[in-house]
Design a protein around this ligand. Structure first.
Ligand SMILES: Cc1cc2nc3c(=O)[nH]c(=O)nc-3n(C[C@H](O)[C@H](O)[C@H](O)COP(=O)(O)O)c2cc1C
Length: 358
């Protein structure tokens, strides 16, 4: 395709991408016993290595941070070994891969967690809604315990340790998942953060956890290998913030001087809130935009300067060769919703590349 800026290379901090098509993070619930990625994950990610950058599924830094069934962690040596196979497969095929660090906070059920682990949040407020468990189907979210100051410090250190483990397992960097109603966003938002100590109580207090976590990740990996994902105004997982414009404007201004590899912005579900515009206004640095783009609209966004890169999630599910299909104008396959989160290869590694399937 002539004039397809998505297909041009890009440097994001220390990450050199062959193109600007990023595979967005997707939880696929295929982790094996021990919460580690197995051979299927190696095959799945390796087959998608033509993306300029792969961002892994949300990976918990510490067992308390696990929320969902069959989701992987990065802590034990078996987990690190599993992830090393993944990074080697992607690098062997010429790709780049960062690990998304996702601490679910109050979004979880003890039925999905290892015995003895806890469900922790900024404040002891249970999220409305239910979560799937293999043991009992849909159940209410746990009532979380409010993190003590000591435990806040431990959680930040757990993110840093996870980042070090990801780098040691060959990953090019890490992304902090600060969207979708998980722990970092729980700290940012007025509905979930009712603390009166240094990690709440004021706008800066609500930002502090995310800023200190990013600083810890930067200390662990270097700023050029750290990204952050935000979605201002998202209400997913019973999230509410009284003034997302103020919250994210201030957050982005605080993050700007840190020289991160990238800011990853998900379109706001609130049509009155222009998350991309907010990011352009308040953040100086590379921006990856997400949600609902196709190849054409992604090229338009990069061409106009609105984005440095575009991330695609659903397009990669049934199209491991999404980049090649886009470049060649080949048709896209559609995916089966029923096998999004089920164990095993069906709906995961069962989608062929275009040539193999034609
Ligand atoms: C199956 C599935 C799993 C997802 N898991 C995650 C996740 O682990 N972390 C995350 O930040 N976003 C997750 N998302 C959101 C996607 O990264 C993305 O924001 C969303 O699908 C919109 O992008 P798209 O229009 O390109 O699909 C998930 C989406 C899907 C469809």
């Amino acid at each position: 395709m002539p004039d397809a800026p998505l297909l041009s290379p890009l440097a994001l901090g220390e990450l050199s991408l062959a193109n600007r098509i990023v595979m967005a993070p997707m939880t696929r619930n295929r982790a094996l016993a021990g919460d580690l990625p197995g051979p299927l994950a190696v095959e799945y990610y390796g087959a998608r290595a033509s993306a300029g950058l792969i961002i892994t599924e949300g990976t918990w830094p510490v067992p308390d941070g696990k929320g969902y069934a069959r989701t992987p962690g990065i802590g034990s040596s078996a987990q690190a070994q599993g992830w090393r196979q993944v990074s080697e497969a992607v690098h062997g095929a010429g790709g780049r891969i960062v690990m998304q660090l996702m601490h679910c906070g109050r979004i979880g059920s003890h039925l999905n967690k290892a015995p003895g682990t806890r469900t922790l949040a900024p404040s002891a407020i249970r999220a409305a809604g239910r979560i799937f468990t293999d043991a009992a189907g849909l159940v209410d979210f746990d009532v979380p315990e409010a993190l003590t100051l000591r435990e806040v410090a431990d959680a930040i250190e757990a993110f840093a340790a996870a980042a070090r483990a990801a780098r040691a397992a060959g990953f090019d960097g890490v992304e902090l998942h600060a969207a979708s109603g998980y722990l970092p966003m729980q700290f940012l938002s007025t509905g979930t953060n009712r603390r009166t100590d240094a990690y709440g109580g004021s706008l800066f207090g609500r930002l502090r956890f995310v800023i200190e976590t990013i600083e810890a990740l930067v200390a662990a990996c270097g700023s050029g290998r750290v990204g952050i994902r935000i979605c201002p105004g998202n209400t997913f997982n019973d999230l509410h913030d009284a003034d997302p414009r103020a919250t994210y404007g201030a957050l982005l201004q605080a993050l700007s001087p840190l020289g991160l590899a990238y800011l990853h912005v998900v379109r706001s579900p609130d049509p009155a809130l222009d998350a991309f515009g907010l990011a352009a206004e308040h953040y100086r640095g590379a921006r990856i935009l997400n949600d609902g783009f196709d190849f054409e609209s992604g090229n338009t966004a990069v061409r106009s300067g609105a984005a440095d890169a575009i991330s695609y999630a659903r397009a990669f599910i049934a199209n491991p060769d999404f980049v090649e299909r886009s470049r060649e104008g080949w048709p896209l396959a559609s995916f089966d919703r029923r096998t999004l989160y089920t164990p095993g290869p069906e709906g995961y590694t069962s989608y062929p590349a275009y040539r193999a399937g034609s």
